[in-house]
Design a binder for this molecule. Structure first.
Ligand SMILES: NC(=O)c1ccc[n+]([C@@H]2O[C@H](COP(=O)([O-])OP(=O)(O)OC[C@H]3O[C@@H](n4cnc5c(N)ncnc54)[C@H](OP(=O)(O)O)[C@@H]3O)[C@@H](O)[C@H]2O)c1
Length: 365
C-alpha cells in the first residue's frame, strides 16, 4: 500500500471534505425503546441497510414487497406480499410504530398506502429524492425555499419508475404523505446513495479502475462538487430519527458534511484503496468531439457544477445525520466488487478499450 488507511484518514481530515465527524454516532448499541417498523420495499438496495440496522438496535421489522427481488434475503423477517398498485390487503388490520416507504414512485400508490396506514402507524417516512426539486434550484435554497419539480399531468403513470418524470412524481408523493400524516410525515430527500449493495456504478466505476491500477480518465472539471451518501449512514439515521420521535417534515439527506470536490475525492480514494492509479482530467468538449460511446459518469457527466450536487444538509445534520469516511465506504464496496451483474443504468464510464484509446489520443495531441 502506498498510503496506510490511518494516514489516509488523517490526510482526509486535513482536506476537510472527507473527514469523519467527531462523535460520529455509529450503529452500535440497542435502542432505549423497541419499535415495530414496517418497511415498504425491504429487499432492494437501501431496504436491507434499514432492516439490518433496525434489527441490530433491537427493533422488530415487517417487510412489504411483491416477492420479486431477493425474496430469500431475510428468512427471519416477516414478509408481507402485495403490490403498491392497489394490492395492499396484507397491510390491513395491522399496527406499527412507523413505516419507512422505499418503494413509492407514483403519487396514487403513495396515497393508497398513506390512507390505509393512517391511524395504524405513528410516523410515515417517505424516501423521496433531491430530484423532487425543480430545475430552478439555487445554491442557497433549503428544504423550505426550494420549489418542487412539476409535471404537466400529475396523474400520468406512463413513465417508468426512474424515467423522465421521476422528480415531479417524488414531489407529488411527498405531498400525498404530508396531506394524510401532517406533522408525522417525514420526507427524506437523498442525493446519490452509494455503499455496499449499490446497484449502480456511480462510485464503483472509480473503485474498479483503482483496484486495477489503471491510468484513469476523469471527465470534466477537477473542482466539480459531488455529493455521495453511504446507504449505511442514511438508513441508520432514518431509524434513529424514529427512535428519537421528533423528526418531522422534509430533510435533505445528502453527504458528506460538505460536498466533496472531484480531485481531492478521487485522490483520497486512490490513497485509501492503496491504488497505483493516476488520474488524467479530460474536458467534456474534447471527449464529445472524439468519441461516440455514451457513458453514465453520474455527477461527473454534464457541463459543470450544479446546485443538485451542493444541496444543504444542515437540517438533517441538526437531526443527527452523520457520515463515515468515504474511504471506509470504498473499502467495504471493494470487498464485494465481484458480486454485481448488470449495473442499474449501465456502466459508470467508458469501456476500458474506449478509455485507453481516448487517453492515448489525448496524450498524443
Ligand atoms: N439510489 C439512489 O441514489 C437514490 C437517490 C435518491 C432516492 N432514492 C430512493 O430510494 C428508494 C429506494 O431505492 P432502492 O434502490 O433501494 O430501490 P430498489 O433496489 O429498487 O428496491 C425496491 C424495493 O421495493 C420493492 N418493490 C418495488 N416495487 C414494488 C411494488 N410495486 N409493490 C411492492 N413492493 C415493491 C422491491 O421488492 P419486490 O421487487 O420484491 O417487490 C424492493 O424490495 C427509492 O424510492 C428511490 O427513489 C434512491
Amino acid at each position: 500500500m502506498k498510503t496506510s488507511r490511518r494516514s489516509f484518514i488523517r490526510s482526509a481530515s486535513a482536506i476537510g471534505a472527507l473527514a469523519a465527524l467527531p462523535g460520529w454516532a455509529c450503529s452500535q448499541g440497542t435502542s432505549p425503546k423497541t419499535l415495530n417498523i414496517l418497511v415498504l420495499g425491504g429487499t432492494g438496495f437501501i431496504g436491507p441497510h434499514e432492516i439490518n440496522y433496525a434489527l441490530s438496535r433491537g427493533h422488530k421489522v415487517t417487510m412489504f414487497n411483491r416477492g420479486k427481488t431477493a425474496p430469500e434475503r431475510f428468512p427471519n423477517v416477516e414478509n408481507l406480499i402485495g403490490d403498491r398498485d392497489d394490492q395492499l390487503d396484507a397491510l390491513k388490520g395491522r399496527d406499527w410504530d412507523a413505516v419507512i416507504d422505499n418503494s413509492g414512485f407514483y403519487p396514487r400508490h403513495v396515497r393508497l398506502s398513506a390512507e390505509l396506514l393512517h391511524g395504524h402507524v405513528g410516523k410515515y417516512v417517505f424516501v423521496s429524492s433531491i430530484s423532487a426539486y425543480g430545475e430552478g434550484l439555487k445554491l442557497d435554497d433549503d428544504e423550505f425555499t426550494a420549489a418542487y419539480a412539476v409535471m404537466d399531468d400529475p396523474t400520468d403513470e406512463s413513465d417508468s419508475i426512474y424515467g423522465r418524470t421521476y422528480g415531479p412524481r417524488k414531489a407529488l408523493c411527498e405531498q400525498e404523505v404530508s396531506k394524510v400524516f401532517g406533522g408525522d410525515a417525514i420526507n427524506v430527500r437523498p442525493g446519490i446513495i452509494t455503499g455496499t449493495g449499490d446497484p449502480t456504478e456511480r462510485l464503483r466505476h472509480w473503485l474498479r479502475r483503482m483496484v486495477a491500477g489503471n491510468e484513469i480518465l476523469v471527465p470534466g472539471q477537477d473542482d466539480l462538487p459531488v455529493q455521495y451518501i453511504d446507504a449505511a449512514d442514511l438508513c441508520g439515521w432514518m431509524v434513529r430519527l424514529l427512535e428519537d420521535g421528533n423528526g418531522s417534515g422534509p430533510y435533505n439527506a445528502v453527504g458528506a458534511e460538505k460536498p466533496y470536490r472531484a480531485r481531492p475525492l478521487l485522490e483520497g480514494l486512490i490513497a485509501s484503496t492503496g491504488s497505483e492509479s493516476t488520474l488524467t482530467w479530460v474536458d467534456w468538449e474534447w471527449l464529445r468531439a472524439n468519441n461516440t460511446e455514451t457513458a453514465n459518469y453520474g455527477p461527473w457527466y454534464g457541463e459543470g457544477p450544479t446546485p443538485f450536487m451542493q444541496v444543504t444538509n444542515k437540517r438533517a445534520m441538526a437531526a443527527g445525520l452523520r457520515f463515515r469516511p468515504i474511504g471506509d465506504t470504498a473499502n467495504d464496496m471493494i470487498a464485494e466488487l465481484d458480486s454485481f451483474g448488470e449495473p442499474r443504468w449501465g456502466p459508470g464510464g467508458f469501456s476500458l478499450e474506449t478509455e485507453a484509446a481516448l487517453l492515448a489520443k489525448w496524450h498524443a495531441k
